[in-house]
Design a protein. Structure first.
Length: 119
């Protein structure tokens, strides 16, 4: 029976079991596939609580997303509507406005939670 993961030892055991299950040819909608799915959920919860990931810096998130989408910094200027502001934004000399945050969220799909952080 699966139980919540409360200790590091239980976490290690869950990871080992996930590994074992992933090495087999699991049939869809089988007991093993259900077990794997539940274990992944439990491990994710444990990791979120014990190994939280910090949110990225807004400027680094913008640069990463541009790179990920194969876009240039020039295109960022077009997104923001101010070509001259692009370099000020990326250098940290100018802060993102609410309108810019909304546009970046809409076009680049960067969570607003990341963009509104202090930097």
């Amino acid at each position: 029976m699966l139980k919540p993961i409360k200790t590091e030892d239980q976490y290690d055991q869950a990871l080992a079991r996930i590994y074992d299950l992933m090495q087999t040819d699991i049939k869809e909608n089988s007991n093993e596939s259900d077990e794997l799915e539940i274990l992944i959920i439990l491990v994710k919860e444990y990791e979120n609580e014990h190994y939280p990931m910090p949110s990225p810096n807004p400027l680094e998130a913008i640069k990463f997303r541009l790179d990920q989408m194969g876009m240039s910094e020039k295109e960022l200027g077009e997104i923001l509507g101010y070509r001259s502001r692009k370099s000020e934004i990326l250098s940290g000399k100018r802060k993102l406005s609410l309108a810019m945050i909304r546009k970046l969220n809409e076009v680049l799909h960067i969570p607003a939670k990341v963009l509104i952080q202090a930097y």
